[in-house]
Design a protein around this ligand. Structure first.
Ligand code: PLP
Length: 399
């Protein structure tokens, strides 16, 4: 089908929830994608941090195909080998090189919002006996689009049409302001360490460590939303490890199965739920967990052998070079690992830069007001980085 035909069909039959760019992709190869006309793009967006091992990764494709030929789904009524192994692998990777570890358990679902719903339910159950139901989140945060995760999202303009919402969420301006919101009714603080939608600026490490210590002393849960930052995106399995904190709950999703829908929570509150407290029909099924196991294997390898660290360094050097070459367009680079951004001098240029980049054959994304966001596949090669930035420079020159 050509783009016009796809667009006509989409506009007639799909609810208009997305402001789509005028392109449809039909295939990919690591950090390259090809559209309906055969035009090639370097993909610095990776489906918003989902295609962690690149497009059409052979190992992932084989793992998915093998599983599909065996067993796709049985339900959580029965024991599931892949789910149990994926839980073990995630927790072992999180515990790797930690001086002390405590037992943890995982829950699997299908998306980031669902992972945060699970985190919110853990917090509510944890606080129930103390009448502690309040969850503090940050302004400009993004936690999902279900009613509870949308309410947790500290962007009140997004709440406009959908109330009434569940009570018990309050928004702090920044990390310092969280302390002003803590009271005897607070059960948890839910945060992103690098806000994906809120500008890609990493939170201050000392402040996060101090907050973590304070919350532990008060018996208030620290829950880190690693839906975007997790699964090696920031250089380690979770950004929490880069920050040196040990949260009570971590939610994750996007990169975990490389494009097969999945969400997960890992928590040290190992006995918080009883049978029937929470669940999911599809969550943790053999297909998504087989994909997750292969993705973790691939990413652990490039993490261990130093390839990922080299890729991160090279990507950041290329971003620095852009800021130096185009100081009238960008003021500075931000980010952690392969979750990075460039701050525009003039926020109104954001959309033009993204559109011009697409025309020049490179995919970049938006974040917040005025940041151009980069979330490439963690397997991106040096050749793909060089070619992508060459095209990005062309796009900037043509503005
Ligand atoms: N939390 C964060 C930090 C996110 O970036 C996202 C999605 O962009 C979500 C939650 C929601 O994830 P999903 O769209 O998979 O529900």
């Amino acid at each position: 089908m050509d783009l016009t035909a796809i667009k006509t069909l989409d506009e007639e039959f799909v609810l208009h929830t997305y402001a789509r760019l005028p392109v449809a992709f039909v295939r990919g190869e690591n950090a390259r994608v090809f559209d309906t006309q055969g035009k090639e793009y370097i993909d610095f967006g990776a489906g918003i941090a989902v295609s962690s091992v690149g497009h059409a990764n052979k190992r992932l494709a084989r793992a998915i195909a093998n599983q599909a030929q065996n067993l796709l789904h049985t339900s959580n009524l029965y024991f599931l080998e892949h789910q149990a192994k994926l839980a073990q692998n995630l927790i072992n990777l999180y515990h790797d090189k930690m001086p002390q570890t405590k037992p943890m358990r995982a829950f699997f679902c299908n998306s980031g919002a669902e992972a945060n719903e699970c985190a919110i339910k853990i917090a509510r159950k944890y606080g129930k006996s103390k009448n502690a139901y309040k969850i503090i989140t940050l302004d400009s945060s993004f936690h999902g689009r279900t009613i509870a995760s949308l309410k947790a999202t500290g962007q009140e303009k997004m709440h406009e049409h959908f109330g009434p919402f569940p009570d018990g969420f309050t928004y702090a301006k920044d990390i310092d302001d969280i302390y002003n919101h803590l009271d005897s009714h607070t059960c948890a603080v839910l945060l992103e360490l690098v806000q994906g939608e809120g500008g890609i600026s990493p939170m201050n490490k000392e402040k996060i460590i101090a907050l973590s210590t304070h919350l532990k002393a008060k018996g208030i849960l620290l829950m880190i939303d690693e839906v975007q930052t997790g699964i090696f995106r920031c250089g380690e399995i979770f950004a929490s490890k880069v920050y040196g904190i040990d949260p009570d709950v971590i939610s994750t999703a996007k990169g975990l199965a490389g494009g097969v829908p999945i969400g997960a929570v890992i928590t040290s509150l190992i006995d918080i739920f009883e049978a029937g407290d929470h669940g999911s029909t599809f969550g943790g099924n053999p297909l998504s967990c087989a994909a997750g196991l292969e993705v973790l294997d691939i990413l652990s390898e490039i993490h261990k052998n130093g390839t990922l660290a080299k890729t991160i360094e090279s990507f950041h050097n290329a971003l620095e070079d852009i800021v130096k070459t185009f100081p009238h367009i960008f003021s500075h680079k931000v980010g952690l690992g392969l979750m990075c951004g460039l701050y525009t001098q003039d926020a109104s240029m954001q959309t033009r830069i993204i559109t011009s980049a697409l025309e020049s054959g490179v995919i970049v994304l938006k974040s917040g007001k005025g940041v151009v966001r980069f979330l490439p596949a963690l397997t991106i090669t040096q050749e793909e980085i060089t070619e992508g930035f060459k095209r990005f420079k062309n796009a900037l020159q043509s503005l």
